[in-house]
Design a protein around this ligand. Structure first.
Ligand SMILES: Nc1ncnc2c1ncn2[C@@H]1O[C@H](COP(=O)(O)OP(=O)(O)O)[C@@H](O)[C@H]1O
Ligand SMILES: [Mg+2]
Length: 263
C-alpha cells in the first residue's frame, strides 16, 4: 500500500518547461522503481505527446478515453488510464476539447473540487507512489482544480529575461487557493532551460536565490538539444538518451523531489 503524493507542475507562463520537466521527472521516478501516474491537464497535449506519437494521441482524443470525459461527463478516472505505457508508468491523456473546460466547469456544483473527487479512488487505492499533473499556462478555474487536487506544486521557471516575471502572480494564486485547499504546498521552483553563457541566466538564478519565500531546487536544468530530439521521437530524454546532460539533470531533480516530498 503506497502513500500517494499528488504533484502539479504549474506556472502561468507558457514555455517554462512544465511538460518537459513533468514527463522526464516522472519517467526518471518510474525507472527508479516508483509507480507513477501521469495526468495531462493541458489541451496542447504535450505531456501525452511526450510518451506517444500524434496518431496514437489523437486516437485517445477521439475515442473519449481522456481527462476531458472525466471532467465533463463524470467518466471514471480509472477507465481512462492507459496502463504500463512504460514500465511503472501509466498515463491519462488529454484532449483538445479541454479548451472548453473553463466554460464546462462553470455550471458545476463545487466546481473547484471536481478533479480532486475524480482522483480520490485512484489516490486511496495506494497503487501509485506519485500522481503528476501537467497544468496549462493559465490561472483560472481549471488550474484551481489541479491545485486543489494536489499535495505539492512544482514551479518550473525558465532562465530567460521574462522567466521570473509573473511568478509572484502564480505564488499569490496558490496562496489564495490554499484558503479552500490547505493541504497544498509549493514543493519548489526549478530553473529550466539554463544557458550559463547568457547573462540573464545569472540574473534569474540570483533573483530566485535572493527571495526566501519559496524553496529552490539545487538541480538546474540546462538547455540541451537532446530534449527536442527526444520529443521528436515521442519519448522522454531520460528514456532514450540516458547519458545526455539533461537526462542526468532530470534524474537528479527527481531525487530532490523524492526527498522533499518526504519519502
Ligand atoms: N532542457 C531543455 N532543453 C532544451 N529545450 C527544452 C528544455 N526544456 C524544455 N525545452 C523546450 O522548450 C519548449 C517549452 O517547454 P515545455 O515543457 O513545453 O514548456 P511548458 O509546458 O511550460 O509550456 C519546448 O519546445 C521544449 O522542447
Ligand atoms: Mg506544457
Amino acid at each position: 500500500m503506497r502513500h500517494t503524493k499528488v504533484i502539479a507542475f504549474a506556472n502561468n507562463k507558457g514555455g517554462s518547461g512544465k511538460s518537459t520537466t513533468a514527463s522526464n521527472v516522472g519517467a526518471a521516478l518510474a525507472q527508479a522503481g516508483k509507480r507513477v501516474l501521469m495526468i495531462d491537464g493541458d489541451m496542447q497535449m504535450n505531456l501525452t505527446l511526450s510518451f506517444m506519437d500524434e496518431e496514437q494521441a489523437l486516437t485517445y482524443a477521439k475515442n473519449g478515453d481522456n481527462l476531458y470525459s472525466v471532467m465533463k461527463n463524470g467518466k471514471d478516472l480509472s477507465a481512462v488510464i492507459i496502463p504500463a505505457l512504460y514500465e511503472n508508468l501509466d498515463l491519462v491523456p488529454s484532449s483538445t476539447l479541454m479548451s472548453g473546460i473553463e466554460f464546462d466547469l462553470f455550471t458545476k456544483w463545487q466546481r473547484e473540487f471536481i478533479l480532486k473527487k475524480a482522483l480520490d479512488g485512484v489516490k486511496t487505492s495506494g497503487e501509485y507512489d506519485y500522481i503528476f499533473i501537467d497544468a496549462p499556462p493559465t490561472l483560472g478555474g481549471w488550474v484551481m482544480n489541479i491545485i486543489c487536487a494536489s499535495d505539492y506544486v512544482v514551479i518550473p521557471v525558465e532562465a530567460s529575461p521574462w522567466g521570473v516575471f509573473g511568478l509572484a502572480n502564480m505564488v499569490e494564486f496558490i496562496e489564495e487557493v490554499r484558503a479552500i485547499a490547505p493541504q497544498v504546498a509549493i514543493l519548489g521552483i526549478a530553473i529550466t532551460k539554463a544557458d550559463e553563457r547568457k547573462k540573464y541566466f545569472k540574473e534569474t538564478s540570483a533573483a530566485l536565490r535572493e527571495q526566501e519565500a519559496f524553496p529552490l531546487f539545487n538541480t538546474i536544468i540546462h538547455t540541451d538539444s537532446a530534449v527536442e530530439w527526444a520529443q521528436d521521437q515521442s519519448t522522454p530524454v531520460v528514456t532514450c538518451k540516458r547519458s545526455s546532460r539533461s537526462a542526468k539533470e532530470y534524474t537528479e531533480l527527481a531525487k530532490e523531489i523524492e526527498n522533499y516530498a518526504g519519502r
